[in-house]
Every structure is written in C-alpha cells, then in structure tokens.
Design a protein around this ligand. Structure first.
Ligand SMILES: Nc1ncnc2c1ncn2[C@@H]1O[C@H](COP(=O)(O)OP(=O)(O)OP(=O)(O)O)[C@@H](O)[C@H]1O
Length: 263
C-alpha cells in the first residue's frame, strides 16, 4: 500500500542574484512499513525535501499525497490534527529541545496536544515510551540537556512514536553519534518498524547507515533524484556520478558483511 507519494516537487531559493533550485522536480513513493533512504552530497537538497514533506516549507510546484490525502491542501486545524501521523527526528543539535525541558515534559506535550492520553494516563504512557526506547521511567525527571547524545536521540524517537505515526522523517538522525551508539539507535529504529509498521524517510550522507536500514535508496544531486532503486543493487553498482562518489567515499570494510536490517 502506498503511504506517501511525491510528484514533481519543486522549491527554489533566491538570495541576491543567486537562484538555487534546492528541490527540482522530485518524484518518488513510499510504501507502508518501508524505509526509503535519501543520500546525496552536502547541498544536494535532502533537508529541503524533508522540510517540504513535513510542511515546514511550501513548494512552488508538485503534489504530495499522504495516507490518501492531498497533503499540501491541508491547512489550519486539519493540518495540525494530521501532523500526528507524520513525525520527525533530526540531527541532535543542542537547541533541539528547550534548555530547561525535562524528558517528561518533552513527551507530555505531544500526548496532550494530540489527545493521545488523558492527564491521569500520561505518566504511565511516558514511562511506557521511555521503556520502549531503552530509557528508565525515572529519566522522565531529568533535564534533557544532562543526557548524552545517544540518550537525547532516544528521547527524540520516543517523542516521534508517541503520536503513533505511520511515517517518520529522519534527517541525519544518527550523524552526530559515535559508531556503537549509532548502531544501537539504528537497531531500535528497525525494531520499532517491525513492531509498528512505521515507514521511514531516512536522510543521510552516510551510505553505511543507509545500507543498514533502507529497503530502497534515492540519490540526490543538485535538487534532483539521479538514481532510485533497491539499496543493495545501487551500492553494488551505482550508475550516476553522484552515486559513484558516495560509494567510493565509504571504506569497503564498513560496508562488507553487514546485511540489510540487521544492525
Ligand atoms: N533557507 C534557504 N535560503 C536560501 N538557500 C537555501 C535555503 N535552504 C537551503 N538552501 C540552498 O538549497 C540547497 C539545498 O540545501 P539543503 O540544505 O536542502 O541540502 P542538503 O543536501 O540537506 O545539505 P546538507 O547535507 O549539507 O544538510 C543548497 O544550495 C542551500 O544553500
């Protein structure tokens, strides 16, 4: 079943006399329970594409259908209500959470705003979410800024799954983590996908990460998708110059012997 379908999406930015086609006619689809990796060099348009799909920026042209709805036509309360179905996890920058926020408050907000649990039930639901992402119920009282980078990404994942979304957009979600922590987070994401059938749009410049989690892969170059297909096929035999450059940037040993979805 197609969950997300993007057709001919375009977004230009102008600054001074410079006009950048950040996303330049992008089309793809994503099935329920599937992970589509989006790879590409810096500036190729990956984050802009994520922002368009999340409705954090508006495209000049193109269509997005999500869960059978004309996603770009949703406005106001209808859009806010539907946002629960599409969540995000971004790179851990220290500003991602309010400086004084506790783990509990970060998780309480979406449960309250999207009316997932009553006031009485929310502490129990927060404890359940923390347990699911490998944190302790007592961590609810800790300020987020006291956590390690890996723990903060676990909180971000708990927040993302709290509204029971069908799609999570991850933009460089594990890029700031060291390899061992990164692999544990990827394992958690794969487990959650198997349990809950969530689809992921997984943006990364790192093909080793995408090989571990993506069923299919799209490679972006100057705002366009220049390759699109099964992850293993594309990594084994890239067809585009951008694909070749990404594959040759990853040491062979990093890729060898790590089958898909088994991190
Ligand atoms: N708000 C903006 N104003 C002007 N130009 C922008 C803006 N956002 C992005 N761009 C430009 O659009 C292009 C695509 O940027 P984008 O951040 O989407 O690429 P990216 O592939 O995510 O890069 P990175 O991996 O470095 O994050 C770049 O040339 C960038 O300079």
């Amino acid at each position: 079943m197609t969950l997300l379908s993007v057709e001919n999406l375009r977004k230009h930015y102008s600054s001074g006399d410079r006009d950048v086609a950040a996303v330049d006619g992008v089309s793809f689809s994503l099935s329920a329970g599937e992970t589509l990796g989006i790879a590409g060099a810096s500036g190729s348009g990956k984050s802009t594409l994520a922002r368009l799909i999340l409705r954090l920026a508006e495209p000049e042209a193109g269509t997005i259908h999500f869960e059978g709805q004309n996603w770009l036509a949703l406005q106001g309360a209808k859009l806010r209500g539907n946002r629960a179905r599409m969540q995000m996890v971004f790179q851990d920058i220290h500003g991602a959470f309010h400086p004084t926020a506790t783990v509990g408050s970060v998780l309480d907000d979406p449960l309250r705003i999207h009316r997932i649990a009553t006031k009485k039930d929310r502490p129990g639901e927060i404890a359940r979410l923390l347990d699911r992402v490998g944190l302790a119920a007592a961590d609810a009282h800790r300020p987020v800024h006291q956590l390690s980078g890996g723990q903060r990404q676990r909180v971000a994942i708990a927040r993302a799954i709290s509204t029971r979304p069908s799609l999570i957009v991850l933009d460089e979600a594990v890029s700031a983590l060291d390899v061992q922590v990164r692999n544990r987070i990827l394992k958690l994401l794969v487990e959650l996908q198997r349990e809950q059938g969530i689809s992921y749009l997984f943006i990364s410049h790192d093909l080793a990460v995408l090989r571990a989690v993506s069923h299919r892969l799209a490679i972006m170059d100057t705002g366009r998708i220049v390759e699109y297909g099964r992850t293993t096929d594309m990594i084994d035999s890239p067809q585009s110059a951008a694909g070749h450059a990404l594959v040759s940037a990853v040491p062979r040993l990093t890729l060898a012997g790590r089958p898909k979805n088994t991190v």
